[in-house]
Design a protein around this ligand. Structure first.
Ligand code: 3AT
Ligand code: MG
Length: 367
């Protein structure tokens, strides 16, 4: 206060210190809240054992294959009992098609393991779905999807992991809290017209890179590379997947001048997405900032029923960081978006009344 040109009048100062108290208490509570929802070491060990077992079995069909984790098990955003996303990469030139592999692997797993197996060879991305019933050592069982050659998903997982590493406390706490919140409030289900976890993570990163000023995170896809890069090293299926991934080096050279607490960021996140984000015309792109639906050909023309399909796909637009012609929020329906925005507003309202931190968290995540 000494360096301010005007000293705050006493009741403003009281107001400011009350606010400080509230955000400090809430930040602490958020942190404690997510810590108790992290997976146990035992769970992580069991999952790694399952991955190795599955890899061994797959190698009896394709000896040159590797089975890698992606999604939350690999990017630092996993909660207790989250599902396992696995991707099989095959290093030989002559290989079976993904659909054939799904069928063969399905048969093999059915014969050799206790998993419930559901092969989906004709899905847009062919996968084998596996699940294991709960047992004393594994109270929630296991749910796992195995896909093939999904190299873009491995790269977007690595991108999100790098963002988490730059500022682990603030980024992970925010993301993990929002994942729990969106699941408890039932707005985390693309099958029911709302948004996937992946979509929420992108919203958080977009907010920290492009909305916050000063930014909490740099834009890893736009930083200048330290070494020359060649096109074949950086492109997968025609998509540019380059990003600055030397996080040790980055942290030596770059530090955010944003000092807001997790609670302040969360309050502002809810405010931004309930009030300021342009749902009708805007596209959130972590690669390029705010884009226009029009410039991507993603308009939602409400007046014409001819475009019913595309209209439904582009109510809410979040550009995939690498597959830039792909809208990650394309499953969000009119009702789904109404629900999501309603939840952002509800959360803002709750936090505006500055309840005690534990009351705030339990109200926010009420099921
Ligand atoms: P959960 O912990 O399972 O809730 P998650 O972080 O694993 O969250 P998802 O299950 O939504 O996230 O997605 C798993 C990964 O699959 C994340 C990303 O690499 C890929 N992925 C999911 N949805 C999309 C999408 N619409 N476009 C591109 N990649 C996607
Ligand atoms: Mg997952």
């Amino acid at each position: 206060a000494q360096s301010l040109p005007y000293a705050p009048v006493p009741n403003q100062r009281r107001h400011a210190s009350k606010h400080r108290l509230f955000v400090n208490e809430l930040s602490h509570a958020l942190f404690e809240f997510v810590v108790q929802l992290l997976p146990t070491t035992e769970e992580l060990v069991v999952k790694e054992d399952v991955r190795k077992l599955l890899e061994r079995l797959i190698r009896t069909i394709e000896p040159e294959s590797r089975l890698l984790s992606f999604g939350s098990t690999a990017n630092g955003f996993n909660l207790r009992n989250s599902d396992m996303d696995l991707c099989c990469l095959i290093d030989s030139v002559e290989r079976l098609s993904a659909s054939d592999l799904v069928v063969m692997l399905g048969d093999l797993l059915e014969r050799e393991t206790k998993f419930h197996v559901k092969p989906l060879p004709h899905a847009r991305i062919p996968i084998v779905k596996l699940s294991l019933d709960p047992s004393p050592g594994l109270p929630s069982g296991i749910a796992c999807d195995i896909g093939f050659e999904n190299r873009l998903a491995l790269e977007n997982t690595r991108l999100l992991m790098c963002y988490a590493m730059i500022d682990p406390t603030r980024v992970r706490t925010l993301v993990l809290f929002l994942k729990v919140w969106s699941k408890r409030r039932k707005i985390n289900s693309p099958y029911h017209g709302t948004l996937s976890s992946y979509g929420y993570v992108l919203l958080v990163i977009y907010f920290l890179v492009h909305v916050k000023n000063p930014p909490v995170l740099p834009n890893l896809q736009q930083l200048p590379p330290v070494r020359p890069i060649s096109k074949e090293d950086t492109h997968i299926d025609g998509h540019n997947t380059w990003f600055f991934d030397d996080i040790d080096l980055l942290c030596q050279r770059w530090r955010s001048s944003n000092t807001e607490t997790v609670a302040e960021l969360l309050i502002d996140f809810f405010r931004y997405y309930s009030r300021d984000f342009s749902y009708n015309t805007g596209v959130a792109s972590i690669r390029a900032g705010m884009l226009k639906k029009e410039s991507k050909g993603w308009q939602n023309d409400l007046s014409s029923s001819k475009f019913h399909d595309s209209r439904e796909r582009n109510r809410f637009c979040i550009e995939d960081p690498f597959e830039t012609d792909f809208n990650v929020a394309r499953c969000v329906t009119r009702e789904g978006l109404y629900q999501i925005r309603g939840e952002f507003m509800r959360a803002s309202r709750i936090l505006a009344t500055r309840p005690r931190a534990l009351v705030a968290l339990s109200q926010l995540c009420e099921e």
